[in-house]
Design a protein around this ligand. Sequence first.
Ligand code: SAH
Ligand code: SF4
Ligand code: F3S
Length: 488
Amino acid sequence: MLNEIDFDAIDITCKPPQEEPERQYYFIAKCRRYVEEEKKRLGRPLTAAVRTFGCQMNARDSEKLVGILSQAGFAETDDEQADFVLYNTCTVRENANLRVYGRLGYLNTLKKKNKNMLIALCGCMMQEPQVVEKIRKSYGFVDILFGTHNIFRLAELLWNRLESGKQAVDIWEDTSLIVEDLPAERKYPFKSGVNIMFGCNNFCSYCIVPYVRGRERSRRPEDIIDEIRKLVASGVVEVMLLGQNVNSYGKNLDKPVTFGQLLRQVEEIPGLERIRFMTSHPKDLSDELIEVMGASKKICGHLHLPVQSGSSRILKAMNRRYTKEQYLELVDRIRAAVPDISLTTDIIVGFPGESEEDFEETLDVVKRVRFDSAFTFIYSKRTGTPAAKMSGQVPEAVVKDRFDRLLSLVQKISGEVCTRHVNQVKPVLVEDADDHMEGYLTGRLDNNILVHFPGDLSLVGKIVPVYLEEAKGFYYMGRMENERREDT
Ligand code: SAH
Ligand code: SF4
Ligand code: F3S
């Protein structure tokens, strides 16, 4: 197993093995030797910075990339003046894309100062052929390019680049491969994302994710359970099960398993205290899942259920495969089983053909459901998606106006809804020292809302009861329950 590997003992004089992950262990060992020599030559450590754009899926991938780099001997840093800089990119909306191009010029100036610096790009943007072409043509200073399907090969690509001195490009169109047992460096010691599936088969008409993440593939339940057990053994109390559509988990396994069945198994893991998951597609959310959520002691009282639009007509054009009524009815069923649940959502404004009436349907859903919070997005045209060719693109000024109206409604409701637990005692997972107040800690309720309260840093990673004294709209000020009792 991974934690028993002695990378220095791997024979790197022979040919690389064909099987994975052994092949990658071999290349990690090779890079490690190189990093050692460089350290001696320069008389300082070699540093690596991994910067993540995009969603939790990318954040988890970055932890794996950092894991590989740290096994290869690099010291992790946030500072982009590093010896190795890797951008893990997102392309879900155009501005995610533009941000990366914007930063590349800056990286080039850094590279001119540090001749040894290596720059690598990976992730969703690199799965778009026109992006790769542009980078090869106009950004020759980028050393390594790879996509979403082969992040496990980072050490091999780095080695290829070092050996050849040429730009290393390795993009896979799709894959059926899931490589287990690679190193990962967690951002937080007490909570972790866990991939349960990769890719997406839904093809919502606006969305580029199925094109850049490939077809849906589920990990085997035993591999997931095994990973979570190991995480718990190393101090994790909260996991976030990750997939673009967790509700369709397990359908394509040799022995099919439902998401509800997986959750039941995860619930049994001793020492694990909180379970979250992301993202749920309303069309696949089963009665079984609602039942499991209702009965569970560990699943957090929070569900992210992207609605995207409140208009059944637009939902049809989006290929979401549910109507406004079905969504509202689903919300009712969930609330009946888990009464205090926090619901959050994603909404797109300005989808092609969206009329004022369609938009008002969206406002209506927001008013009826009263989401705890909502991510609101302006529709962004993505090349290659069906919506990009649809007529009726909405003028920018109209979209902007709708976006502002939606945002103020969402914020007003959110401000009201998020204060409902004031004067209650709730369990809080302590995350860190408060940035702004000396002697205070910051933690999260099970519905993800932040709480600030006085306490000692030794509590980080623990779940403690906190009395929520004051609601500040999007966070609470609190006091630890035992201290409150002592006071009164
Ligand atoms: N798999 C998840 C979401 C992935 S992308 C799901 O199905 O809900 C995250 C969010 O980005 C989406 O929910 C959607 O609201 C938004 N999004 C995706 N493509 C977009 C586009 N072309 N323009 C604007 N927002 C988009
Ligand atoms: Fe995109 Fe739809 Fe898949 Fe979510 S479910 S990733 S929005 S295609
Ligand atoms: Fe972005 Fe890729 Fe996630 S496009 S939203 S990083 S799956």
